[in-house]
Design a protein around this ligand. Structure first.
Ligand SMILES: O=c1ccn([C@@H]2O[C@H](COP(=O)(O)O)[C@@H](O)[C@H]2O)c(=O)[nH]1
Length: 289
């Protein structure tokens, strides 16, 4: 099988840069005329699969909105994942997992090995240390899956952690600067083999569409990292593809722009939802060009 980076490159070339979110907020269920229960969750989510499957490069279910319904909600998530797989559309599960290595192995097995929650890629949180993610990084590589490491998140609170200076390493090597820069350095190293083959790497970063100024302020070289950049914050959070594209240099080609509420507001009609996603993808392609 081809690597996740190769599959994502091909999908973006075919369908454009939009990664539509499936975020079944209680408010959106209500706006679609659905009850805030498992039946409403299932109707909402499977309409999204019908609208987006086969039409977009990637779809990003937000695990939180399935987990809040308990085991039955996870069952719906399993059916969403299966539906996207059947449609041939990449599924990036936004689940932001991160733990000590031994536990991280369990999370990696849940999402990056074969099983009911197996997806093409997941989001991971590096705040227990980039190397604590090693079990997920290694299993993703072994199974041709991907991970997206939180690097500069779209929310304003993230700055206090992500802009902080990284302490010196135990071996005395000079730290690369900020916490965010340390994560970029880890991703750069993990994508080196793909880079040598002139392929997009399978280790991506989450860099919010709202934080273009921070990318410049921290002097992050996202091009050298050679991974896809998941850019949430388009639409409802006020971010724009063009601002981020201007800040990341040649990495703009690797921006996978995530938008949830802006697109989902076009439901519940499947055709209108599909049209909204296509329009957003076309607009984002222009902003990122
Ligand atoms: O830095 C981050 C990381 C993840 N997200 C997630 O993306 C969507 C955004 O939803 P919108 O409705 O388009 O604002 C949501 O699932 C977040 O958890 C993020 O926003 N920022």
């Amino acid at each position: 099988m081809s690597t996740f980076g190769e599959r994502l490159s091909a999908a973006m070339a075919q369908h454009g840069p939009l990664c539509a979110g499936i975020d079944p907020h209680a408010g959106l269920l209500s706006a679609w005329g659905l009850d805030d229960d498992v039946a409403g969750l299932e109707t909402f989510s499977l309409r999204c699969v019908e609208a987006f499957g086969g039409n977009l490069a990637c779809v990003k279910p937000q695990s939180a909105f399935f987990e809040r319904h308990g085991a039955a909600g996870i069952g719906v998530l399993e059916r969403v994942i299966a539906g996207l797989r059947d449609a041939g559309t990449l599924c990036l599960l936004d689940v932001k997992r991160g733990d000590i290595g031994s536990t991280m192995t369990g999370y990696a097995q849940a999402y990056l090995a074969d099983g009911p929650l197996s997806v093409d890629a997941i989001t991971v949180s590096p705040y227990l240390g980039y190397e604590s993610l090693r079990p997920a990084l290694d299993l993703a590589t072994a199974n041709d899956r991907g991970v997206f490491v939180l690097t500069l998140t779209s929310n304003p609170e993230g700055q206090r952690v992500q802009h902080a200076s990284a302490p010196p390493t135990h071996d005395g090597a000079a730290p690369p600067g900020s916490v965010a820069a340390e994560i970029v350095a880890g991703v750069t190293a993990d994508n080196a083999v793909a880079r040598a083959k002139h392929l997009l790497g399978s280790v991506g970063m989450v860099v919010g569409a709202t934080v273009a100024d921070d990318v410049r302020r921290l002097h992050l070289d996202l091009s050298a990292a050679n991974g896809p950049l998941l850019a949430p914050g388009i639409g409802a959070q006020g971010g724009s593809g063009s601002d981020l594209a201007a800040a990341v240099g040649t990495a703009r080609a690797a921006i996978l722009a995530a938008s949830s509420r802006e697109v989902l507001g076009a439901g519940p009609d499947v055709a209108q939802l599909r049209d909204a996603a296509r329009r957003t993808s076309t607009r984002l392609a222009e902003e990122l060009a």
